[in-house]
Design a binder for this molecule. Structure first.
Ligand code: SF4
Ligand code: SF4
Length: 93
């Protein structure tokens, strides 16, 4: 009897959430108070959608987070981890 050589081909290519722009369904969005922010980068590290980029503010000699709302899904993780509560979630209908 011949062996059944049929096999399931499962190819999972690595993806990136940067290809998936947020639709109109986000109900909240984070607003960051850069005066309170200490530039620790925690928010950028935890964002599951890589929506936060840290940029150098040369005048203040510190890193500041910049949120790209095209990709932010409004999960609120960044606000949860911010050690100085610089990020507040606001309604976004
Ligand atoms: S709310 Fe969520 S998706 Fe939006 S920037 Fe914060 S961690 Fe990222
Ligand atoms: S977690 Fe808070 S303090 Fe740290 S970079 Fe983000 S906004 Fe600034």
């Amino acid at each position: 009897m011949k062996k059944n050589k049929k096999r399931i081909e499962l190819v999972v290519k690595p993806g990136t959430s940067l290809k998936n722009k947020t639709g109109p369904w986000r109900t909240e969005k984070p607003l960051t108070d850069l005066e309170i922010c200490i530039g620790c980068s925690l928010c950028a590290k935890v964002c599951p959608d890589s929506a936060i980029t840290m940029k150098q503010n040369l005048k203040k000699s510190k890193l500041e987070p910049h949120t790209d709302y095209n990709y932010c899904k409004g999960c609120g993780l960044c606000a949860q981890v911010c050690p100085v509560k610089a990020i507040k979630m606001k309604k976004d209908y």
